[in-house]
Design a protein around this ligand. Structure first.
Ligand SMILES: Cc1cc2nc3c(=O)[nH]c(=O)nc-3n(C[C@H](O)[C@H](O)[C@H](O)COP(=O)(O)O)c2cc1C
Length: 370
């Protein structure tokens, strides 16, 4: 049995394997409510062979959405729709379903990426009052956020807690706190976006204070018999930014709070920063540092498209789990094909079993194998 397809325990959640479908925004919701596309997309992700599917960055307040088409979890209609989605998926797939809870901070309020290049919406096009650690726009053309005051921070904390309760009632197995990719919680962590002079800015302890307050609230609201994790940033890819050593401190504190894992990603705190070498596994060393220093279960992510690379990362102890995004969009049977490549017994969706690699002679032709 490969490492990739060996079981793992995440808090109270037993997973049959270490393959995770990474959260992916679909920009296809209406008023934060998932739509037929989400049934199609998450349905196919749930039969991909992954042990855990994480639903896209889902906003905890309306003004925390990246675009008006993001999913949300701040009201009853959204909760009911997600509950129906999970119930429907459970009729055909035992795959664990998680959700990423998010607030886009100063990057909130853009068009979906395929409309006008995903440009920022202007005053007059949108009436959201966006908030961030400091009153600094993300880039030219973006609206200037208000620096969150105590009341604003309290509102964000309460919204994360409320969304977690809704996620639990909707039937999700895990929650992932989004603290990466230049969104609100990463903005607090990073000296690039956080220029505060109060107890929430300056030193690493101060910058981590608000993300850890949110994380602690979430821990209190999320049941221990499920899984709770966070996506953190391992690098801003600039010398004066957040880095893997700081991420390891963040991860260690999350572990002390009772978090079950971190997924180590990077980048996107500000535009125009060059990311050296986007080659396969380019973020794995960040997971490796965080795992070695914080001794917390980690997921590696980023340009891991080959099953053999995923297996090697796990064998070398650089991560405990592998999250894949584009590879599974490109091939929604990625997990089944990976099993075949790594020599694991097939575990097909019964309805599709006649096309499983070991039963269908066409497989070797389709995948150009000897
Ligand atoms: C369509 C798309 C949507 C994404 N949305 C999210 C998201 O909602 N939350 C998140 O943390 N990352 C998001 N990402 C980043 C992925 O989760 C992943 O970290 C990144 O694509 C690198 O992995 P990959 O090389 O396997 O695609 C998205 C990526 C893609 C391609």
């Amino acid at each position: 049995m490969s490492r990739l397809f060996s079981p793992i325990q995440l808090g109270g959640l037993s997973l049959p394997n270490r393959l995770v479908v990474s959260p992916m925004c679909q920009y296809s919701a209406k008023d934060g409510v998932p739509q037929p596309w989400h049934w199609k997309h998450l349905g196919s992700m749930s039969t991909s062979g992954a042990g855990l599917v994480i639903v896209e960055a889902t906003a905890v307040v309306p003004e925390g959405r990246i675009s008006p088409d993001d999913t949300g979890l701040w009201n009853e209609a959204q909760e009911q729709a997600f509950a129906k989605l999970i119930t429907d998926i459970r009729t055909y797939s035992p795959t664990a379903m998680g959700i990423q809870l998010a607030h886009a901070g100063r990057k909130a309020g853009t068009l979906p990426p395929w409309i006008e290049g995903g440009r920022a919406l202007k005053d007059g096009e949108i009436d959201w009052n966006i908030g961030a650690p400091s009153a600094l726009p993300f880039a030219e053309g973006f609206r200037t956020p208000a620096a969150l005051d105590e009341a604003g921070m309290a509102r964000v904390r309460a919204a994360f807690t409320e969304a977690a309760r809704r996620a639990h009632r909707a039937g999700f197995d895990s929650v992932e706190l989004h603290a990466a990719h230049g969104y609100l919680l990463h903005e607090f962590c990073s000296p690039i976006a956080n220029k505060r002079a109060d107890q929430y800015g300056g030193s690493l302890d101060n910058r981590l204070r608000f993300p850890l307050e949110v994380a602690a609230d979430l821990r209190a609201a999320w049941p221990r018999d499920k899984a709770l994790g966070a996506r953190i940033s391992g690098s801003d890819w600039t010398e004066d930014g957040f880095d893997a050593d700081q991420a390891a401190v963040f991860a260690e504190r999350l572990k002390d709070l009772g978090y079950d894992y971190v997924c180590v990603s990077s980048g996107a705190i500000a535009p125009g920063i060059h990311i050296p070498g986007r080659e396969p596994g380019y973020q794995v060393h960040l997971s490796e540092t965080v795992k070695a220093k914080a001794r917390l279960t980690t997921m590696a992510v980023g340009m891991i498209a080959q099953p053999e690379l995923a297996e090697q990362i796990l064998a070398e102890g650089k991560a405990d789990m592998i999250a894949i995004a584009r590879g599974v969009l490109d091939d929604p049977n990625w997990g089944h094909h990976a099993r075949a490549r790594l020599g694991d017994p097939p575990a097909p969706q019964p309805q599709y079993a006649r096309a499983a690699p070991d039963l269908w002679p066409g497989y070797t032709l389709a995948h150009q194998l000897d």
